[in-house]
Design a protein around this ligand. Sequence first.
Ligand SMILES: [Zn+2]
Length: 401
Amino acid sequence: MFEIRTRAADSRARTGTLRLAHGTVETPAFVPLATRGAVKTLEPRDVEALGYEMVLGNTFHLFLSPGPELIDAYGGLGAFMRWPRPIITDSGGFQIFSMGHGGVADEIKGRGRSGAARGSASAILGLTEDGVRFRSYIDGGERFMAPETSMAIQAALHSDIALVLDECTPFHVTRDYTARSTERTHRWLERCLDWHARHGPRDQIVYGIVQGGVEADLRVESTETVARSRCGGIAIGGSLGQDKPQMHQVVDWTTAALERVTPERPRHLLGIGDIDDLLVGVGLGIDTFDCAMPTRLARHGVAIVPDPARRWRVDLAKSRFRGSQEPIMEGCPCPACAAGFTRGYIHYAAHAGETTGPRLLTLHNLSYIQRLMSDLRDAIDRGVYAETVAAFMAGAAPSVR
Ligand SMILES: [Zn+2]
């Protein structure tokens, strides 16, 4: 299901093709989020027209609403949301476990990431070998998710790639806790694969998830354990550290071990997608990435631009863009820029609460990332990956195509 086409000589970067139940995905690729069955503000045809071949749905959210039975009755998530191409579904582990530490659940409820919400009571009611009990953010009711539950939900969603349920260990726990939690995740991996072998859709691929926190030996051990399993691909999850150098280090340990023990299987890096992280991650041998960044920034009035000094971002909601006649990004071929929308209009829409603004910036940001990934694939195939990354790191814009 995964063919590697070109391997870079001076890094672990590679190009390939994922052949999945609902189509093919050229890699390395970025996967936009359709967390709750929609790429926010876009229709599937918009996402397709930008050149994307796969989106990511989330088991946790779709479990709580509208429920896997309802989606199954439509023939799966793709048929329900009218996306005809491949879908990868996250297992729900990250969302369940991040509830206890603030973050994802707080964002859903519209609370800040810091302050009072941070100290609110955990929504995890109990974690045992069997699975995890938690409180629904929708109706406050208790829910239980076992490894088998997650696989059954993903079977009902008919995703092309399913992820095993993992305990997502946070950064601040002890090494001992991380070690024990990683071992449990490995036992859950086997239970997920057992369930899938008996009941899962035949054309669904299951990815195992490497945990191990920020400890080199635990990461390598987890990588080797996951590689020994029957999983079809490998995802890298959990705490990747407290800053970018540490995150890149953790990914490096993992892909170095993968290169040694299972170089042919596809690799997905969970929840990472800043421009510099994509550039580094591809060089470390990651095949697919998903991240809320481009779509979430768009909803906050932030455009992705070729400005490394400002983390490739410009906040158009800032007052200095009031009345600006400048384009969102000079020379950008995306539907928003091509139609002539100005920074001043985006600024106005952000403050007026007009949903056209987030939609235009979502088109722009996703177009930027798609063209960047396309350039990286070309660069790897042409043997000029390092030079191309250096140019992007120095502020080059992706090709106009
Ligand atoms: Zn644009």
